[in-house]
Design a binder for this molecule. Structure first.
Ligand code: FES
Ligand code: FES
Length: 155
């Protein structure tokens, strides 16, 4: 089937199998390998992208379901400079492994849009869908909270 959608602001059309997952389409079809595959079973969040402005786990969405929609990956997040959430991850040492980070940042941007004034407890709870397996969440949570304020223009 011919699939047409907008990815990172650019319209693309490709022939895909109906069973093709969105993450496969992004990585293998478009070469956007910043979106990672950690579990392939909706557990880890490494594959998080934005679909029509909402965070989704792209290992759990068929590419066909994104037809006609707008998808943003980590490659499309920044403009002229880094996105405020990317800078917050740098400043708070939230970049610990590189494997989970793209999905973590995409999830954090969506969470920040939903609630820029979240408490630390809320931030920790809302990151439940994105797993850090290495060193811990302190830097990530700090980056989420500060990045949310930067996005809202509060700092
Ligand atoms: Fe999609 Fe883990 S690879 S949630
Ligand atoms: Fe990526 Fe912990 S920061 S797994």
């Amino acid at each position: 089937m011919l699939l047409t959608l907008t990815v990172n602001g650019r319209e693309v059309s490709r022939n895909v199998e109906p069973r093709t997952l969105l993450v496969e389409f992004l990585r293998d079809g478009l070469g956007l390998t910043g979106t990672h595959i950690g579990c392939d079973t909706t557990q880890c969040g490494a594959c998080t992208v934005h679909l029509a402005g909402r965070a989704v786990k792209s290992c759990t969405v068929l590419a066909a379901q994104a037809g006609g929609a707008e998808v943003t990956t980590i490659e499309g997040l920044s403009g002229d400079g880094l996105h405020p959430m990317q800078q917050a991850f740098i400043d708070h040492h939230g970049l610990q492994c590189g494997f989970c980070t793209p999905g973590m940042i995409m999830a954090c941007v969506a969470l920040a849009h939903e609630d820029p004034d979240m408490t630390e407890a809320q931030a920790r709870e809302r990151l439940v869908g994105n797993i850090c397996r290495c060193t811990g969440y302190n830097g990530i949570v700090a980056a989420l909270m500060d990045g949310a304020k930067r996005m809202a223009g509060d700092v």
